[in-house]
Write a protein that binds this ligand. Structure first.
Ligand code: NI
Length: 202
């Protein structure tokens, strides 16, 4: 190649390299902005709630003081995400062995209209013998979800009015024996990963 074209060739490859690096930096997931979630203000997650258990009794957050709470918001008619999260949470507790006795797993419904105490009682048994399900009035559920920064909304449905899905965030929250937020777990992590993190948190 003529010597005069060498700088041009070098400039071309330098530009290609810089462009490539920029593309990689943009594509690496950790460098992308995180989806909206509880990450932003951990200190503000959680708070008082007043709900109803499967026996129709009023239950508040204060009833769980002295125990860790492992809280998931979901609903019994959820086709996939909720069953997977609840099964994962149960498996993580099983992996912890006796240590899990200090943790109270709790499901708070985001579908209080269909998730009556009776519906929830049958639903949670399938996942873990100690899993507690809580429902309440739409206002009570809205207040609890707001405290935990949980998003939920009825999705459009083509079928019957009672045949609908509920979009909702799928984080599981670990709250300390004092009721304060400790950490959250994404839907994507495994039971093993969750058990490891729970072990170090207790
Ligand atoms: Ni769900």
């Amino acid at each position: 190649m003529p010597a005069g074209r060498l700088p041009l060739v070098i400039a071309f490859f330098a530009a290609a390299l810089i462009g490539g690096l920029a593309a990689v930096a943009w594509l690496v997931p950790t460098q992308r902005p995180a989806a909206p979630g509880p990450m932003a203000q951990n200190a503000a997650i959680g708070g008082p709630f007043t709900l109803v258990d499967v026996n129709g009794r009023t239950v508040t957050d204060a009833d769980f003081r002295g125990r860790y709470m492992l809280i998931y918001f979901g609903y019994a008619y959820c086709p996939d995400v909720c069953p997977m999260s609840l099964a994962r949470n149960a498996a993580a507790l099983d992996l912890l062995g006796e240590k899990a006795d200090r943790i109270q797993p709790i499901l708070i419904t985001v579908d209080p209209e269909r998730d009556t105490p009776q519906v929830l009682e049958g639903y949670v048994e399938a996942f873990h013998p100690r899993l507690i399900a809580l429902t309440g009035t739409p206002e009570q559920i809205a207040a609890a979800a707001k405290a935990y920064r949980v998003y939920y909304a009825k999705a459009q449905s083509d079928g019957a009015a009672e045949d609908y899905l509920v979009d909702h965030s799928s984080f599981t929250y670990l709250m300390g024996p004092d009721g304060k937020f400790l950490q959250f777990f994404r839907h994507e992590i495994s039971a093993e990963q969750m058990a490891e993190r729970l072990k170090s948190a207790l």
